[in-house]
Design a binder for this molecule. Structure first.
Ligand code: 6PG
Length: 249
């Protein structure tokens, strides 16, 4: 099912494997346009369980061969306050599943230093982004995001000051309850992108998917506040997460 409405493109897939394949194809397509127009491709990754299938695909044929890794720079939308080899590290997730298996120059992997003090890590990452993108806005070619059941995205959690940050592009997010400290891109950084892709799967997300895409929750939840000013906003859903949406798009 495909639809374009209310400023976003929506595709619903019968299963996760088709969703992952379409996401890999979107990466290839975005990369080709970016490389043709500017010579490089900047991709921001997320953590969580949903992108695991996609990351696995990127390390396997045909994607491993057709992706121009030497033209690709990889960043992260967020990181947990843990060392790079910790099982909760978003860097480690991507490294284990694909970065270590493709021929990407080491200097093109721009990780957030989760092992450092979160405020210092956030400032250092903002500096790194500024030196990569230059003085203007942060124009990632593609930002890959997930969404939590509470409507969070990256490490922008409902009610947290990071959600309303409008000056800094990267901020620390203090630990809360069982949640580790995090470091996250802010909405100004994400909304500067040329394209943002939400990958969402599972019945547990269905209520929030409906709230954000149809239920007037678009300004109440961080994921609903993602609206690239000059870019594409794309939602890929599996049928379980889309099951509360109206059938006729
Ligand atoms: C993280 C994220 C986070 C994630 C959502 C969805 O580091 O955890 O970047 O925003 O995308 O929590 O996570 P799942 O894919 O596990 O549902």
């Amino acid at each position: 099912m495909n639809a374009t409405r209310a400023g976003h493109e929506l595709r619903v897939f019968n299963d996760r494997a088709s969703m992952d394949g379409a996401a890999a194809d979107l990466i290839v397509h975005s990369l080709r346009s970016a490389v043709t127009e500017r010579g490089t491709f900047s991709l921001a990754l997320s953590g969580g369980s949903t992108p695991r299938g996609l990351y696995g695909l990127l390390a396997a044929p045909p994607y491993r061969e057709i992706i121009d890794w030497k033209a690709t720079h990889v960043f992260w939308a967020d990181e947990r306050g843990v060392p790079r080899d910790h099982e909760d590290s978003n860097y480690r997730l991507a490294d284990d599943l694909f970065l270590s298996k493709v021929s990407m120059p080491q200097g093109h992997v721009h990780r957030i230093r989760g092992e450092d003090d979160p405020s210092s890590a956030a400032s250092a990452y903002e500096d790194e982004l500024r030196s990569f993108f230059g003085r203007g806005d942060f124009t990632f070619d593609l930002v890959l995001l997930g969404m939590g059941m509470d409507g969070h995205t990256a490490s922008l959690f409902p009610g947290d000051p990071a959600v309303t940050e409008n000056e800094r592009f990267v901020v620390p997010v203090p630990a809360e309850g069982r949640r580790q400290a995090r470091i996250t891109l802010t909405l100004p950084a994400i909304n500067g992108a040329r394209a943002v892709l939400f990958l969402v799967a599972g019945a547990a997300k269905a209520t929030m998917v409906k709230a954000i895409l149809e239920g007037g929750g678009s300004t109440r939840y961080p994921a609903g506040l993602v609206r690239p000013a000059g870019g594409r906003l794309i939602w890929y859903l599996d049928s379980d997460s889309a099951r509360q949406l109206r059938a006729a798009f």
